[in-house]
Each structure stands twice: as C-alpha cells, then as structure tokens.
Ligand binder design. Structure first.
Ligand SMILES: [Zn+2]
Ligand SMILES: [Zn+2]
Length: 307
C-alpha cells in the first residue's frame, strides 16, 4: 500500500490515506464511540464486510490502528488507535467544529470541556502565541517539490463505493466528507488556500482534467465553499476560508507523521508572531487548549440510535 505513495509529499500521502469517506467515518466512530472491533463498525456504519476489511487493513498498514489481542473468555482482537492514529483527534474535532459552525449541522452534539465544565466551541489558534489563527493571517511557502500533481491518483477502489447518507445525528459530516473524501477536492481547496484563483491556474497547478475540475468547482460553489467570479475565477467564501481550521490540522499531522521527500513540505507561518504552524484548538469558554482526555461529546442516549 505504502509503495504507491513514496514520492508524494506528506500532505499527498495523508490525502491518499484519509481521502475516503469510509476511512473518515471509521476514525470518527473510533473517537466518538470508542469502537474497536470489526463487528462494531459494521453494525454502526452498515458497511459491507469487504469494504470495511479493506479499509481497516489499510489503516493498520499505515500505522493508524494496531491489532491488539485481549482476553474475553478466549483471545479476541481489537483495533486500537496508535499514537499516530490518536494524533488525528484534533483533525476530527476541527471537522466537527467546522460542520457545526458552517454547514448547518447545529444538531451535532456539542463538545464539552471537562476542565471548565462549559461547551468548548473550539477555535483554531497558534500554538506559539495562542492568538486565534485564520487562513488570512498565515503565510505559506511551498517547497520546490511540493507539487500537487499526482495527488489525485485514483485509488483502486474509489469508485466502487459511496456511503449512503445515513443521517444518524451523531456525527455524519457530509460537507467535510465531500471535501476530504475526494482527493481532488481537498487538493483544489489546498491550492485555493495557496492563492490559486483562476480555472487555468488550478488546471496547470494540479494537473487535473478539465472535466473533473469543472465538476469539483461546481460542487464547491454549490456547497458555498467557493464563489464564482464569473470570469473563470473563483474565490474562497467565508465558509471556505474557515475550512483552514481543518486543513491546518491535516497539514500538521501529515508533516509530523509521514516521511516525505525533502523539499516537498509546505511551511505555513503565523504572520503576527512569525512562528511556524502549530495548530491548537482552544476553548471559547476558558481559553485553554483542548486536550483529548479533557473533552467529550455530549451524546444524548435518545438520539444515539435513532435509526
Ligand atoms: Zn502565532
Ligand atoms: Zn474550557
């Protein structure tokens, strides 16, 4: 599996691993519901066994889960998040937070901060200066080999499945899944964060087929992530700009965890303080960083199994 991706930048590899709706749902349920077993995900997501088996095998191969034996009368196995896997927690929280704020998913369960006892309403901040951080006050340097070409390599099984929208209230994030669950879409958004605006520039920068580009741009306009300038140019809307919160954690995780060719990195700096990207999520109520063990989703038992 890894063999396909050796020449990709860390971000390209991360998208190759995470750019799949089933993978995002598997991870989300692992964090949100502490699901650890094959049967657990199958029952929770209604995934076919072959699809689930393939995804879990890949995630183990990428070092995100590890198979661990435990005793329950006889020896059984469960999938445990590794340190690398646990590092995706902030990314998943950022997705949740963006969906609540921007994608009209106010019914998503609030995130409670045990440290202060309030609803966290996380916001993205710079780990160095603790000031709020947005796409607008960052500066990005692209390494000489930080090319987006080849990121959109087709997965072997990418066209075979499309999870049915099973709007189960607890954590289905359709807009994020649409952006992150398709590598071209994520790459398109990344290029926009780096200042690309025109159709022809997206095309040459991404090495994307015009028909695919047209399709993705149309979906982004429908999602309200891009606005069309009508002259072949597109700009990020506020909703699109806010997705930087998700993007920042994706970049951070990828570049910390995945080995990549020299010169293929993005260097993102927080302009007000000059520090390199070190995204943190802070609690709106108390201003403290949100640690994985100090927050929980306020899941209501009555809506947990609504289907
Ligand atoms: Zn800063
Ligand atoms: Zn707090």
């Amino acid at each position: 599996m890894d063999g396909d991706n050796k020449e990709l930048s860390a971000i390209g590899q991360a998208l190759a691993i995470l750019g799949d709706r089933w993978v995002l749902l598997i991870l989300q349920r692992a964090f949100l519901r502490r699901i650890r077993t094959f049967a657990g995900w199958r029952d929770e997501l209604g995934t076919s066994e072959s699809v689930l088996a393939t995804r879990l095998k890949e995630l183990v191969g990428h070092g995100i889960f590890e198979l661990a034996a435990y005793r329950d009368g006889r020896t059984r196995y469960e999938y445990r998040l590794t340190a690398r896997g646990l590092g995706l927690w902030s990314l998943l929280v950022a997705i949740h937070s963006w969906e609540r704020d921007w994608a009209d998913r106010a019914h998503l369960p609030p995130l409670m901060h045990d440290l202060c006892g309030d609803e966290a309403q996380p916001y993205l901040a710079c780990g160095a200066c603790r000031k709020p951080m947005s796409a607008r006050d960052t500066h990005t340097e692209q390494g000489p080999l930080a090319s987006f070409e080849r990121v959109g390599l087709p997965r072997r099984h990418r066209r075979t499945v499309r999870p049915e929208a099973r709007p189960d209230m607890i954590g289905y994030c359709p807009d994020s899944m649409e952006i992150l669950g398709d590598r071209w879409s994520t790459t398109l958004l990344a290029a926009a964060f780096l200042g690309t605006r025109r159709f022809v520039d997206f095309q040459s920068r991404l090495g994307i087929a015009p028909s695919v580009l047209t399709d993705r741009l149309r979906r982004f306009v429908e999602l309200g992530v891009f606005a069309s300038g009508g002259d072949g140019s597109y700009r990020l809307t506020d909703k699109g700009l806010a997705f930087f919160e998700v993007f920042a954690f994706l970049v951070d995780w990828a570049q910390r965890e995945l080995p990549a060719p020299e010169g293929s990195a993005l260097t993102i700096t927080h302009r007000p303080c000059g520090a390199e990207l070190e995204p943190v999520l802070l609690c709106t109520a108390c201003g403290e960083p949100l640690a994985r063990r100090e927050v929980r989703f306020a899941l209501l038992p009555s809506v947990e199994h609504g289907h």
